[in-house]
Write a protein that binds this ligand. Structure first.
Ligand code: P71
Length: 458
């Protein structure tokens, strides 16, 4: 098995994990309607549901919490955060939000009209849902290489610039209120976007006067991939790469629960002073005063420190090596994954792994269920449950290009031996994967069904 660098931290506080028996897990899961979002976290042994808001904070962040200024307006903590954002992101204006989807909601609510389209490499679920909720149409224009799980491409999150140009030609630009790119591309295997591609996309948007917003959740991991893989960047610091990325855009949304290394928080940044005034009004209506945006002063302090720690080169080298280690381990026991392993997660190609289960019996969900039953490990389905939709015109169900199960690695939380346990569990599943059956949906809501739908085993 490949080696990885030792964790660049030592552990000062521990949180015990509970091991359960398979029979108990069967009971928990049936009580949860076979939806892993409905399982209690304490009944999970290793929780790889998400890397969002699940990071371990550093001693510096915990100390910063005590400096939180809880003033309603103009808190010192806001200005601490502002200094960091001015330095790394460089956008002229920003507001904190309670998480990423609050920033998306405000942006889509202000700019998207019914019938509008928003291009992206791949919209993540909440981004797409917020655009749809405003009557808009999220459009995914990732390069076609992204749809071939086995293909190794250094920047598989890139947007297809020609497709973007063509889409804009065919659509009235008045119906494209802004365009996006997601770094790294979470819906497409956690794959990075190259600087060259961000530049090309920015140029197209600029030429058509379409404001360009980066979905910046995992910008630090993306910047690390640029440093490692793109010509001309090996000598550049992560911060200077991030600064260059953001200099190409007009604004960004960010769930700080990822590369902000905090448990809650988000950002909405823009260079547009007029838009910023409208953002502040919308924020005051729904989230809070613009100097706290729905967060506590201490949250702002933890984020100011976390943003700095997440661009540390040694931390990022360990972080990305951890993901690669899990990916290499899974591949070596015969599990097909999206190649190469992504930044924050390894994505199992559940469609290829369980070819006996048709897409309308949700192979991804079936695999996520089995991973929990076998090892008490919680993964998330990112396939037909999360992303399939019924075409409004034809009534036909459109399945996403890939049927995936994601094992997301929380930042600074699990060690190499936890990952070895995950690999061991998948090895056991490989041995009897042909026996696995699909699931059907018993109950589901209209939007974002994966969070609350109920399933039954077939
Ligand atoms: C992730 C999440 C959180 C999540 C979402 C759905 C199911 C399970 C977990 C959130 C993102 C994201 C991107 C690229 C915006 C958001 C929303 N990701 N853009 O991957 O990945 O941010 O959660 O702070 O509202 O597990 P928010």
């Amino acid at each position: 098995m490949p080696s990885m660098p030792p964790e660049p931290f030592r552990i000062k506080m521990v949180e015990p994990l509970k091991k359960t028996m398979r029979a108990e897990r069967e009971k928990f899961l049936s009580q949860a309607g076979y939806n892993l979002f409905q399982v209690r976290a304490e009944d999970v042994y290793i929780d790889l549901l998400t890397d969002s808001g699940t990071s371990a904070m550093s001693n510096h962040q915990w100390a910063a919490l005590m400096h939180g200024d809880e003033s309603y307006a103009g808190a010192r903590s806001f200005y601490h955060l502002k200094n960091v954002i001015d330095d790394i992101f460089g956008f002229r204006h920003f507001v904190p939000t309670h998480q990423g989807r609050a920033a998306e909601n405000i942006l889509a609510g202000l700019l998207v009209k019914p019938g509008d389209s928003i291009p992206n490499n791949s919209h993540f679920d909440t981004t797409g849902a917020n655009i749809r909720a405003a009557g808009g149409n999220p459009v995914d224009l990732v390069i076609s290489e992204a749809h071939d799980p086995e293909l190794r491409h250094p920047f598989k999150g890139n947007m297809d610039v020609q497709k973007l140009e063509q889409f804009i030609q065919e659509t009235d630009v008045d119906h494209i209120p802004f365009g996006m790119i997601t770094v790294t591309n979470n819906a497409g295997g956690g794959q990075p976007v190259s600087m060259e591609n961000i530049k090309a996309v920015a140029e197209v948007y600029r030429r058509h006067s379409i404001p360009f917003f980066i979905d910046a959740c995992r910008y630090a991991e993306n910047a690390y991939f640029i440093q490692q893989r793109e010509d001309g960047y090996s000598d550049r610091s992560i911060k200077s790469i991030a600064q260059e990325m953001f200099s190409l855009a007009d604004g960004c949304t960010m769930s700080a629960k990822k590369d902000g290394l905090v448990n809650i928080g988000g950002l909405l940044c823009t260079n547009d002073a007029v838009l910023f005034e409208r953002i502040k009004q919308a924020l005051i209506l729904r989230e809070g005063f613009p100097t706290y945006g729905g967060l506590a002063g201490r949250d702002l302090e933890a984020l100011a420190v976390g943003l700095g720690e997440a661009i540390d080169a040694e931390y990022l080298a360990y972080r990305i090596a951890q993901t690669a280690y899990l990916g290499d381990g899974l591949r070596s026991v015969g599990v097909p994954i999206v190649e190469p392993p992504g930044g924050h997660a390894v994505y199992i190609d559940a469609g290829a792994f369980l070819p006996q289960i048709p897409l309308d019996e949700f192979p991804g969900q079936a695999l996520a269920i089995e991973i929990y039953l076998q090892g008490g490990i919680r993964a998330v389905e990112l396939g037909s449950v999360a992303f399939a939709y019924v075409d409004a015109h034809t009534g036909v169900t459109i399945h996403p290009p890939l049927e995936l199960v994601r094992l997301a690695i929380p930042r600074r939380v699990y060690t190499q031996s936890h990952l070895d346990f995950v690999i061991e569990t998948l090895k056991e599943i490989v041995a009897r994967k042909d026996l696995l059956r699909g699931v059907r949906i018993v109950e589901q809501p209209e939007l974002l069904r994966h969070f609350t739908a109920e399933f039954a085993l077939i």
